[in-house]
Design a protein around this ligand. Structure first.
Ligand code: MN
Length: 741
């Protein structure tokens, strides 16, 4: 942050005093005793002195920023005195001459650790984050998450800091505004969401929308205001009878009206393609009650008691009852939701929560801990802790790169869980979209590894079956089975995928070893010395980068690349010296060999002509050159025709060697109707089903039609004809023909 320095005026000192007094008031409620308040006071005095005379871009004294951050830390997040102190001190190390050691000497280890973590994040974000660069932002995201390992509070205070920077973003120059906002959307909002900080998240989202989509923001805000004015009385009329009934049942409660935020309205409009008027859940009514002291009813029972009372008054939509008490969302959210029909005929969502649930829903993780400490925890209190340990677990795995990590976090946010049953009726939680095989792995690694099929609701289904809530799932295993590569195409859960990948990796190492010796034996047998140069040439032909020799060995080891195919990858000139290459051809019949000038006997040197690239099965004709090398053409080749006309005496009629397994390059030209996934299907078909190696693809699409060519290696004309026939049957393909290279 660029700052300026100028003596504070009397007015500045007054503003500082007033803002700090506000903070003190809220902090006092949170602090357990005077000693804790003394730490807050000391932190304020220290920071105030350190930032003395310094101003923000807005012109206001700099210290107002740490004070505001500390206020968010206590009111919106609910953290205690150490975090409040750390928030007050968070810019001291970065912006003044004081060091973390100074902080440690004055405030102790924990506060120093928090300030140190905050300083590090700040340096990371300032130095190399470029707005819009996904991988750098992902890297930063990872670094920020790494501080979770030290203390989650670092991230929470950072979120408060970011929220205040968003609030004051109008003073930023435009380029910086963009950077801050996109970083906020990319990193901080998902984090706030994941940590259950609803208030922080929604405010950031609204600020993002106000600057990124000002027109939409203004339009939606105006419509909300108009709508609220119009509907205010309707909502009050809806609430009144509920209040009366709850009073009569002696509940200790409050009822709040909630209007959807501009951002969530905008997001719904955009993602669902609907208009403002089509948003039916614009309003929600929240009933928050404090459980009666000494009651034996569980919180959930009491929520249902409230539900029973209000549904005596209003009709409810049976398919919209959501019990997040029994199964909290993965960010810890708990409440009982239902949608009721008001007397004026509008659907209104009602959220029933206890005070504890409401605190957690608004403030998130810190509130959750506070209740946990006080022994108030709900049934599923550990969801958030589980998530944090999961993140930590992912972070310590060096194989996970930042982008993957980001996907994991984002997916984890968006996926909801469903519940399925074991054959014994035991309930299991699994993410939505998970397959029977995911379920198998969630039970036990061994069950997953040896799975062959599943029975869902007594019916036999494949392992790729996508589970539905309420399914009863039984996994059928066979001890001889093992994980298969294809499984990765449908497995959904991270755990199952990583088990299978680990397995394939260890299996891969075996294949690499096998492939290596296969290649060496094959090349040695051909009299070719295995040099780096040769290896690189082979690798470049299969599109494998030079530093990845294992990949080549692996592909050979599992049979994706045949050792004979390697032949085709080596330059023909070079390999022509090797006898084995020449076994592609043998003379058809001795008598047809011209006698004159013949000196080499049956061991002619043959090369295929590059003009027509004949492959085994093509009818061919050869021409003996001056040095005795026979160039073989397709009979239909115009060059061959020309040659035959001019030098009839040089004609040789070779025959393809039947046992040869070498590969030949051909080009197919393909034409068809463009549909999603067709290119994938074609290449998958060629490489997996036919086990044919593709050398290059060149396909372009225009106006719903695609056209292009694929260069690939085949053994002979039989292979090729079969491939052409099969490709022709793929839906959407209209034409497949072999063409000149
Ligand atoms: Mn700051």
């Amino acid at each position: 942050m660029t700052m300026s320095f100028s003596e504070f005026t009397q007015q500045d000192y007054e503003v500082i005093a007033r803002e700090y007094a506000d903070l003190k008031e809220v902090a006092m409620k949170r602090c357990a005793n005077q000693e804790e308040m003394d730490v807050v006071q000391k932190a304020f005095e220290f920071a105030n002195e350190a930032h003395k005379g310094v101003r923000r871009r807005s012109g206001e004294p700099y210290i107002l920023h740490p004070i505001a951050v500390a206020k968010i830390v206590v009111t919106n997040i609910g953290l205690g005195y150490k975090s409040i102190a750390a928030a007050l001190l968070h810019d001291v190390v970065e912006d003044t001459d004081y060091t973390v050691d100074d902080i440690r000497n004055l405030f102790g280890d924990r506060i120093a650790l928090l300030v140190d973590g905050l300083t590090k994040i700040k340096v990371v974000l300032d130095n190399d984050a470029k707005a819009g660069n996904r991988s750098i932002q992902a890297e930063n995201f990872k670094r920020i998450l790494l501080t979770l390992n030290d203390d989650v509070r670092v991230v929470l205070i950072k979120l408060a800091d970011r929220l205040h920077n968003c609030r004051t973003i109008e003073f930023m120059p435009e380029y910086k505004r963009d950077k801050i906002l996109s970083e906020t959307m990319f990193i901080f909002i998902p984090l706030a969401h994941r940590l259950g900080l609803y208030e922080v998240k929604s405010e950031m989202e609204d600020i993002w929308l106000r600057y990124k989509e000002p027109e939409a923001f203004n339009d939606i805000t105006a419509k909300i205001n108009r709508n609220v004015n119009d509907k205010e009385k309707e909502i009050d009329d809806f609430i009144a009878p509920i209040g009366k009934a709850l009073e009569a049942a002696s509940f200790n409660f409050e009822i709040r009206k909630r209007v959807k935020t501009p951002y969530s309205i905008w997001h719904k409009m955009v993602t669902k393609g609907i208009t403002f008027e089509q948003i039916y859940d614009l309003y929600a009514v929240r009933i928050i009650f404090t459980p009666a002291p000494g009651t034996t009813e569980t919180e959930r029972d009491q929520c249902y008691h409230v539900f029973s009372i209000i549904t005596d008054i209003y009709r409810y939509k049976p398919d919209r009852v959501r019990d997040w008490v029994k199964h909290p969302k993965n960010n810890g959210y708990e409440a009982l939701h239902c949608t009721l029909m008001s007397r004026s005929g509008i659907w209104i969502e009602v959220q029933i929560r206890t005070k504890r649930m409401d605190d957690i829903a608004e403030k998130g993780i810190a509130a959750h801990w506070a209740y946990k400490k006080d022994g108030f925890a709900g049934e599923n209190e550990s969801e958030m802790d589980k998530w944090i340990s999961k993140v930590k677990e992912i972070l310590v795995n060096p194989d996970v790169n930042a982008l993957e990590l980001l996907d994991i976090i984002h997916n984890d946010l968006n996926t909801q869980d469903i519940f399925v049953f074991t054959p014994k009726g035991e309930q299991k939680r699994i993410q939505k979209g998970a397959t029977a095989l995911d379920f198998a792995y969630s039970i036990h690694t061994h069950i997953g590894n040896t799975a062959i099929a599943a029975k869902v609701n007594m019916r036999l289904v494949p392992l790729s079956y996508v589970l539905k809530g309420g399914d009863q799932v039984e996994i059928i295993t066979a001890e001889t089975e093992k994980p298969k590569r294809e499984w990765l195409q449908f497995l959904q859960t991270r755990k199952a995928r990583s088990i299978v990948m680990d397995y394939l990796k260890s299996e891969r190492n075996d294949s690499v070893r096998t492939g290596r010796s296969m290649l060496e034996n094959s090349l040695n047998a051909s009299g070719i010395k295995v040099t780096d140069k040769i290896l690189h040439r082979i690798m470049s032909r299969y599109g494998i980068s030079e530093d990845n020799q294992d990949e080549l060995y692996f592909r050979i080891g599992v049979g994706i690349i045949g050792t004979d195919d390697i032949a085709g990858s080596l330059d023909r000139q070079e390999t022509a010296r090797s006898k084995s290459w020449m076994s592609w051809f043998r003379p058809k019949a001795k008598k047809e060999e011209p006698a004159v000038g013949e000196s080499t006997g049956p061991e002619h040197r043959y090369v295929t002509a590059t003009c027509c690239n004949p492959i085994p099965g093509d009818s061919v004709v050869g021409f003996r050159g001056p040095d005795g090398t026979v160039t073989v053409h397709k009979k239909s080749c115009p060059v061959a025709n020309d040659e035959a006309a001019k030098h009839g005496d040089r004609i040789v009629v070779p025959e393809w060697e039947e046992s040869n397994r070498a590969s030949f390059l051909v080009r197919l030209s393909i034409k068809g109707v463009d549909r999603i996934g067709i290119i994938n299907e074609i290449t998958r078909y060629i490489s997996f089903v036919m086990s044919v190696n593709i050398r290059g693809i060149n396909i372009s699409t225009e106006g719903g039609v695609f056209e292009g060519s694929i260069d690939l290696y085949v053994h002979d004309k039989n292979d090729l004809d079969k491939l052409i026939r099969k490709l022709g049957k793929i839906e959407g393909i209209q034409n497949v023909v072999r063409t000149d290279l």
